[in-house]
Write a protein that binds this ligand. Structure first.
Ligand code: NAD
Length: 373
């Protein structure tokens, strides 16, 4: 199969879908890999690195027009719509529920679209979300270290244990992939860390993985309120249901926090668990509400693009390889986890979430004759 890797064109997106190791594996299996010149530059991977791994370097148009599988990172943007066509398969983060116009274009073209974020594993988890969540949690901690500095407008606290000085207190809400990433960093620097979660299993697993300077509490209003009044940094790492309208941390609750405290909203759901969250960008990452500093960047991993590229490419390769080896229809028919990510198939919407959110007709992939087992 001919696999194309275009350069990402979204603002502040420095990741690339492939790494040289990915390319050599695909080439060794008999596939051809076309890479757009400069696709790896944002992740410090040179064109030469890709050529040495067996890729053919070319321009954007040739990558899109000559490939059967487009393997990328972000959703399809307007300049890329003209390349969509029926005999093309796209494997990427699509987030079709948030992009109505792109969904129209995908359906109109009749291409096959498979979304990383909806692919599942045997335990029902999302293996292509996990690596980025971990990096967002870890990266969010580095951002807290940066924006806590007085030279950056923060409270001037160094987030580590220093002799003779009170140890900073850090609250992490949600002990999932992101929360555990933040907790690992915060705890390893000696901070006093509290994790809140509603899942006892998640708290149990956190207890086994983290050192004893981490307290594990059940998430309820009483524990949350007492933590909020004394901590220096709050990390929101909950996977908040999209339909939920209430908030865990309301605007009124910010008044009980220390004025020097900050909130890092890793989950970054506007109107979600943190009422005062609004998504920000790396260009303008922080703002204050009720005097409390908020950091709400919705693509933290792209600041750590090389790490993120390697981590994402390792996780996505098995799916790209299966599509390339078997062809998309057989791969989708044989792999129920890949099928969960199917967003559109020859003009039919196959993702229930997008169908419901955008009031569009949709079909379950299992009800499509070509995909039935
Ligand atoms: N900002 C970014 O750049 C970025 C990047 C990747 C992921 N994310 C986001 O990070 C969030 C977390 O992702 P994840 O993979 O860690 O999710 P996850 O499902 O692994 O973890 C979520 C945790 O929240 C817990 N939880 C649910 N309700 C709770 C409550 N009321 N109180 C306390 N805990 C509660 C769950 O039990 C679970 O342990 C998601 O919203 C994801 O979209 C952000």
């Amino acid at each position: 199969m001919v696999i194309g890797i275009p350069r990402e064109i979204k603002n502040n997106e420095y990741r690339c879908a492939a790494i040289p190791e990915t390319v050599s594996e695909l080439v060794q299996r008999g596939h051809s890999v076309l890479i757009e010149r400069g696709a790896g530059t944002g992740s410090s991977i040179s064109d030469t690195d890709f050529v040495q791994a067996g890729a053919v370097l070319t321009d954007c148009q040739t990558v899109w027009e000559s490939s059967e599988l487009i393997y990328k990172v972000k959703e399809i943007l307007p300049p890329e719509y003209r390349f969509l066509r029926k005999d093309l398969t796209i494997l990427t983060y699509l987030h079709s529920n948030a992009h109505r116009e792109m969904t129209d274009e995908l359906l109109k073209s009749g291409c096959i679209g498979i979304a990383y974020e909806d692919i599942t594993d045997a335990a029902g988890n999302f293996p292509l979300l996990r690596p980025m969540s971990e990096l967002a949690g870890k990266g969010g901690f580095f951002m807290a270290c940066q924006f806590m500095q007085s030279i950056n407008g923060g409270g001037g606290l160094m987030l580590t244990r220093v002799s003779g000085v009170a140890t900073p207190e850090i609250l992490i809400i949600g002990a999932g992939n992101a929360g555990m990433g933040a907790a690992e960093m915060a705890a390893s620097l000696g901070n006093r860390v509290t994790i809140l979660d509603v899942s006892i299993e998640r708290l149990e697993s956190a207890r086994n993985r983290l050192p004893s300077n981490v307290q594990l509490l059940y998430s309820n209003q009483s524990n949350l309120s007492s933590c909020l009044s004394r901590v220096d940094v709050v990390f929101n790492c909950i996977l908040w249901p999209k339909a939920r309208k209430d908030h865990l941390i309301t605007r009124a609750m910010l008044k009980a926090m220390k004025p020097s405290a900050m909130i890092v909203d890793v989950s970054c759901d506007e109107g979600g668990a943190v009422e005062t969250c609004r998504a920000t960008s790396h260009d303008n990452p922080v703002y204050r509400e009720e005097g409390i500093l908020h950091y709400c960047v919705d693509n933290i991993p792209s600041a750590f693009s090389r790490t993120a590229t390697y981590s994402l490419a390792n996780a996505t390769l098995p799916y790209a390889r299966e599509i390339a080896d078997k062809g998309p229809v057989r791969a989708l028919r044989e792999n129920p986890h890949l099928r969960k990510g199917l967003t559109c198939f020859y003009g039919i919407l196959t993702l229930e979430e997008t169908g419901l959110k955008q009031s569009r007709p949709y079909k379950r992939p299992e009800d499509i004759t070509e995909l039935a087992h």
